[in-house]
Design a protein around this ligand. Structure first.
Ligand code: ZN
Length: 453
């Protein structure tokens, strides 16, 4: 049934309304926004802000969180972490992946994310053989999203080789591999299915330049002409060095030289770039996919945010390895990384006198919505009613109004001040609890305990 909600404060596309009303149709789409009180509306106290699109997740890695924080000398880095991750995923079944993803998506919703881009490369069985139904693993991700209510942009990943120059895959990479025909079939089938499913989209992803043959990348782009395209691009210096040895170009430089890059593209971890590469991304309309908590956890490096913003570049946020599942955490860490590096404050504020939290939040909403290619990221007519209700009775938010609400949530409150969450108009989190969280957590606990033995 169509529904209207009246909030004490509402961050609409046009700015803060106090009070603010939102009308939502049966499909979860916003049909009206108003500042006039509505006697028929359900009245909810608090400040309603748009749900954050999470543009980059590897769901299964949530079950690894906290298990790779052990000292191990100078060679303890991204690559040693990747080895542990490969060992972990050799034992995962489709049921395990669904259980982990469902728990993760509950946590995402409770942390302020209402849509997610699942960068999905765990396609096949442990020996590398495709399941009887090649969409089996993708189906598990769709099921997890459906159980929890989060909007899903599914990004099946093309992975064809073990390293630059057509290196053979390691055993740990065999579950990821496709030839071009099987990959195109997978994406086409999922794209067709998504057309009849609400709040879902299927795009495609290239794992990285080191893991995909250039010829297959070109072929996939020639055949699959719809949906977003994501890629891990320059996460680690070793990757940049290897790319230079292979092509005499750096990863971003190679990509822009070889393909037409526009706002269909999301370049994840564009961490190690020259000024020229930063300018190419900013001018192209591509979204820089930033994952500050994972990039810190893995020791990746810092994205050159000031240069990117100065040139009008867009960006969105992802939780990637899912050690942190909290939208406020990612925004705060993005800003704090720059402050620590530059020894200044309020680096990302869009201008003097403007709020840093609001500047980052609004930019990440825009970039996230573009990268997920879904009508999300803004409370305006025609978009999904993805809404996060902050508890203005929480002591940390006492006396706050306007953008100070956002700054306080981001820099001081975090997920503790999130009260309710609506995904496409459905109130999936109420008073801090997801309707399915007990059942989903039970299954998750059993799964992870079994995997630990
Ligand atoms: Zn990633």
């Amino acid at each position: 049934m169509p529904q209207t909600y009246q909030f004490d404060h509402l961050l609409s596309a046009g700015g803060w309304l106090s009070p603010g009303c939102v009308s939502v149709d049966d499909g979860g789409i916003i049909t009206a926004i108003s500042k006039d009180p509505d006697s028929n509306a359900e009245k909810l106290s608090g400040a309603c802000i748009p749900g954050m699109p999470n543009l980059h997740s590897h769901a299964f890695q949530r079950a690894l969180a906290g298990l790779t924080e052990i000292g191990g000398g100078a060679e303890n880095n991204f690559w040693s972490w990747q080895k542990v991750m490969y060992e972990f995923l050799t034992i995962l079944t489709p049921e395990d992946v669904e259980a982990i993803a469902a728990q993760l998506y509950v946590e995402m919703l409770k942390g302020g994310y209402t849509s997610v881009g699942e960068f999905h490369y765990l396609h096949h069985g442990p020996s590398g053989t495709a399941y009887d139904d090649p969409t089996e693993m993708s189906n598990r991700i769709f099921s997890a999203a459906r159980q929890t209510g989060i909007a899903l942009s599914h990004l099946p990943v093309l992975y064809t080789q073990g390293g630059f120059g057509d290196q053979p895959p390691l055993n740990g990479q065999k579950r990821f591999l496709h030839d071009i025909d099987s990959f195109v079939r997978l994406v086409s089938e999922l794209q067709t299915r998504c057309r009849s499913l609400p709040c879902t989209e299927t795009g495609m992803a290239f794992h990285s330049l080191r893991a995909v043959s250039p010829a297959m990348m070109t072929e996939a782009l020639d055949i699959i002409t719809e949906g977003p395209v994501h890629i891990h691009i320059a996460e680690q210096m070793r990757e940049v060095t290897q790319c230079l040895e292979w092509s005499r170009q750096r990863p971003v430089e190679w990509l822009f030289d070889t393909h037409h890059i526009d706002n269909r593209w999301c370049l994840v971890h564009a961490t190690h770039m020259t000024k020229e590469e930063t300018a190419s991304i900013a001018k192209s309309g591509a979204v820089a996919g930033l994952c500050p908590s994972t990039e810190a956890n893995l020791g990746d490096g810092l994205f050159p945010l000031p240069g990117h913003l100065e040139q009008g570049g867009s960006f969105g946020l992802g939780s990637d390895s899912n050690t942190s599942v909290d939208a406020a955490d990612e925004i705060r860490l993005l800003e704090y990384g720059q402050r620590l590096h530059l020894q200044q404050r309020n680096i990302a504020a869009a201008g003097d006198g403007l709020s840093t939290g609001a500047s980052l939040f609004q930019a990440a909403l825009r970039g996230g919505a573009t990268a997920l290619a879904q009508p999300v990221g803004s409370l305006r007519i025609g978009r999904q009613a993805d809404m996060v209700l902050l508890d203005t009775d929480h002591p940390v938010l006492a006396g706050r109004s306007g953008d100070a609400i956002l700054d306080t949530w981001i820099f001081a409150g975090g997920r503790a001040v999130i009260k309710d969450v609506f995904a496409a108009g459905r109130r999936v989190v109420r008073d801090g609890r997801h309707a399915e969280e007990d059942r989903i957590a039970d299954t998750y606990r059993q799964t992870v305990r079994r995997l630990s033995h």
